[in-house]
Design a binder for this molecule. Sequence first.
Ligand SMILES: [Fe+2]
Ligand SMILES: [Fe+2]
Length: 500
Amino acid sequence: MAMIERTEWYDLLRATNWTPKYVTEDELFPEEMSGHRGIPIEDWETYDEPYKVTYPEYVEIQREKDAGAYSVKAALARDKFLERADPGWISILQAHYGALALAEYGAIVGEARMARFSKAPGNRNMATFGMMDETRHAQLQLFFPHANCKLDRKWDWAHKALHTNEWAALAGRHFFEDIIHSRDAISMGIMLTFAFETGFTNMQFLGLAADAAEAGDHTFSSLISSIQTDESRHAQQGGPMVKLLVEKGMKADAQRLIDIAFWRSWKLFSVLTGPMMDYYTPMEHRSQSFKEFMQEWIVGQFERSILDMGLDKPWYWDQFLRDLDETHHGMHLGVWYWRPTVWWNPRAGVNPDEREWLEEKYPGWNDTFGKCWDVIIDNLVNDRVEQTLPETLPLVCNMSNIPIVGTPADGWNVKDYPLKYKDRLYHFGSEPDRWCFEQEPERYADHLSFVDRFLAGMMEPMDLSGALKYMSLAPGEIGEDAYGLAWADIYKEMAHKKAG
Ligand SMILES: [Fe+2]
Ligand SMILES: [Fe+2]
């Protein structure tokens, strides 16, 4: 069969729009779904996504990627890697799957919104592939952990987590519903693909792929590399949207969307990826510290890309750079301490050699976060385990829905940023979190944080057991220390030697 050369038809096809006959253009592309902002359709036709692919090419490449990931899994199934893997590594996988598998499903909705409602034909074309990408990601990240359910029911949280009111799941849902499910196609495209995907998923996927390969987990490494190759393609949809908005004098609009999505992404990564990289990954397998990754991917690459678009660095940039030294250490300390409230087993990661590594990567760590760990270690050495477990709940931010943290010890700087809105008092973990709320208070005002729900009597009985029940954390799913506290033995020996 004679085929027309790709170059002869591709641009015409990907930029095809049509003139509606039975409905008006506004009915076809209602503003609240489309987000066209009154920019004429001819201008949207100039939208030029940098990555071009045809359907036959797409199918061929994706088939190979899928075959690759699934066959690595099948080939290594008998290797029983998980049975000899470090418990900290297992925790990374369980936390990752629970937080991300169904978020990928959510991303399908976002891609679908662009595929249907974007006025830019090139965007609709690319988003159709994006939908199929995200479907693949959700399938892969549900299928892989499913095989492990027989080993431990925490694996089931890949599917379960986002259906529960577990606090980290609540935080994830609040974020994804904000940036994906409740915005027009263009706002969503900028927030999800430009801010979250180019900014942050690189971190989770490239950073963890490197650590996974180091740790010998070739199944997970090939899975997430396979996903990342899709991300790096469909994440390019947001850039041309920003470019068009800037050209049309709507820079402030684009800037605001990015500033919100970037800050919110950062807070989620500080509680998820930060502890994984600096505490859960066994030290000998760490390729870089979380801060080094952030500096390379976010500070280096993302900062350049926003400046290239004609935007400014977010107004809170200096604070963000300072927080790279603090936030995730506080989050880790909190998650470990409140370990029964998560669906994975937090790994403390504070052995003497690990503390040395932390001090080297984060000078001053021993005098700040280290001092809190000293208290925990002292309790463990003296068999007061109950004092290393929570009885109350932490103060939670009404924007990020994660605990409000700061740097402990002499420079104690934890601070609540309150805001009164329509007779209700809200608490925020930072100035930017409060600023996000102030951008559109009605969007967020009715949401109850985990602590708000506790105080409203939604958990019975009103103690940790009631909170665990509310979070659907059953026995066997409730988080414990990754090593059953055996890591503290070395400190017991040290204390013994000192005493003897
Ligand atoms: Fe994805
Ligand atoms: Fe994606």
